[in-house]
Ligand binder design. Structure first.
Ligand SMILES: Cc1ncc(COP(=O)(O)O)c(C=O)c1O
Length: 362
């Protein structure tokens, strides 16, 4: 039969009418930028995360640049970031004037740890970007205990739960989200969000996303034209009430794989302490991953190695590559593979994936 790597359309099937009505309503309203839909979605998303402020921006990459600047990061500063992540986590740092300093990850959780961050700290460290990779939750409070502010890159972790039921977005000094269409909460184009409890940071974010201005007449700082638009906000408002159901579906899909015995064939992703990840990508690892890739391709089973080349080895980042090795990063880069994951992945589909894995590695 084959199993797709992800399925973004089935979860939305029952919402088509509501989505069309939301689109029509914005079209009729004539308000397209920073209107009532964005304000309402910001309030609803802030309440969902359990924070005071949520500010919509154009995408998850600019969200990181803007959040870092609002946290006071600038020229001469260093920002610690994992090398095993999507490129944008690091790409967003140099536009602030600061320098990325790459740290390692735990190859079982794919997240940074307090130890890997500690090894990268210097007197110039101004912030740490803790990426909640694949939906797992990086240990934010342990990192903050090192005495550095944390920006959560929560692009892949909407719907996940941390210790004590806290949500990503409420764990660090500030957090950033992406609503890229394939994300756990995706829009119909690009979109992003910054959350924070800190009123001063929120105010700076609002100014920075609006050309560094309050009124587009006088300008206080060099800013950006970076807004979530009304159409996307209206579509996201329809979806947000369903995010927890979809997150449960992702957790259930992970359980299907476990119950089907996948963990006996290869290494499964390990939730960090206290985390209940809404797996954005379900990323397994095996030393003979090429053999696995070939067999899955032959069986029509979606798979992808997202980060075979760590970020610090990408051409524009080599100037900031660390002197020492990043063994966890290199291991994860060499052996990881994303296999099918979605809120609607069934036990039968998990069985089909496991049977194909078994024929490759069993
Ligand atoms: C971990 C991570 N950070 C940042 C981003 C950037 O988000 P965007 O594509 O919305 O710019 C993404 C997703 O694309 C991501 O997965």
């Amino acid at each position: 039969m084959g199993v797709p790597l992800f399925d973004t359309s089935t979860p939305l099937a029952g919402l088509r009418e509501e989505l069309r009505a939301a689109l029509n309503s914005v079209m009729e309203s004539g308000r397209f930028i920073l209107g009532p839909e964005v304000s309402a979605f910001e309030s609803e998303f802030a309440a969902y995360c359990g924070v005071e402020h949520a500010i919509g921006v154009a995408n998850g990459t600019e969200a990181i640049t803007i959040a870092l600047r609002a946290m006071g990061v600038g020229p001469g500063d260093e920002v610690v970031v994992p090398s095993f992540t999507f490129y944008a986590s690091a790409e967003a740092i140099p536009p602030t004037g600061a320098t990325p300093v790459f740290c390692d990850v735990d190859p079982h959780t794919y997240c940074v740890t307090a130890d890997t961050v500690r090894a990268a700290l210097t007197p110039r460290t101004k912030a740490v970007i803790a990426v909640h990779l694949f939906g797992n939750i990086a240990p934010v409070s342990e990192i903050e205990a090192l005495g550095v502010p944390v920006l959560e890159d929560a692009a892949q972790s909407a719907g996940s739960l941390a210790d004590e039921g806290l949500r990503p977005g409420a764990l660090g000094t500030a957090a950033t989200f992406s609503f890229f269409p394939s994300k756990n909460l995706g829009c119909f184009g690009d979109g992003g969000m910054i959350t924070t409890r800190d009123e001063r940071i929120a105010e700076r974010v609002r100014t920075l996303r609006f050309h560094g201005s309050h009124d587009k007449v006088t300008y206080e700082m060099l800013g950006y034209n970076s807004r979530l638009d009304e159409l996307q906000a209206a579509l996201l408002r329809v979806q947000l009430p369903h995010l927890d159901t979809w997150a449960d579906g992702r957790r259930r899909a992970g359980s299907h794989y476990e119950e089907a015995g996948l963990g006996e064939l290869l290494t499964l992703p390990r939730p960090t302490d206290g985390a209940a990840p809404a797996w954005h990508l379900y990323v397994v690892s095996h030393p003979q991953v090429e053999r696995l890739e070939q067999t899955l391709a032959g069986a029509g089973i979606g798979h992808k190695a997202y980060y075979r080349t760590p970020v610090h080895q990408q051409v524009p980042m080599r100037q900031w590559a660390p002197q020492g090795e990043l063994p966890g990063t290199e291991h994860a880069a060499r052996t990881h593979l994303a296999i099918p994951m979605s809120p609607v992945l069934t036990r039968e589909q998990a069985d089909e994936v496991v049977a194909a894995v078994c024929s490759a590695l069993g």
